[in-house]
Design a protein around this ligand. Structure first.
Ligand SMILES: [Zn+2]
Ligand SMILES: [Zn+2]
Length: 66
């Protein structure tokens, strides 16, 4: 795995795969909840999504939105 392709989400603090998200600073989950971008159909394995590497973290703000 190339760590250059991994970023940390500004909102939830989870690591994610840069190429999986339409926004630089946000994982696909947060980008979708906050800005309506295409969501990842997460499939979790070993504690993170096999597609976007999101680990299931949610910020307090997002928890309160749902
Ligand atoms: Zn996030
Ligand atoms: Zn995912």
């Amino acid at each position: 795995m190339n760590s250059i392709n991994i970023a940390v989400c500004d909102e939830c603090g989870s690591k994610f795969l840069k190429s999986s998200s339409e926004m630089k600073g946000l994982c696909p989950e947060c980008a979708s909840v906050l800005y309506g971008y295409r969501d990842c159909k997460h499939i979790f394995r070993d504690g993170k999504c096999i597609y976007c590497h999101w680990d299931g973290s949610k910020s307090e703000y997002i928890k309160n939105m749902k």
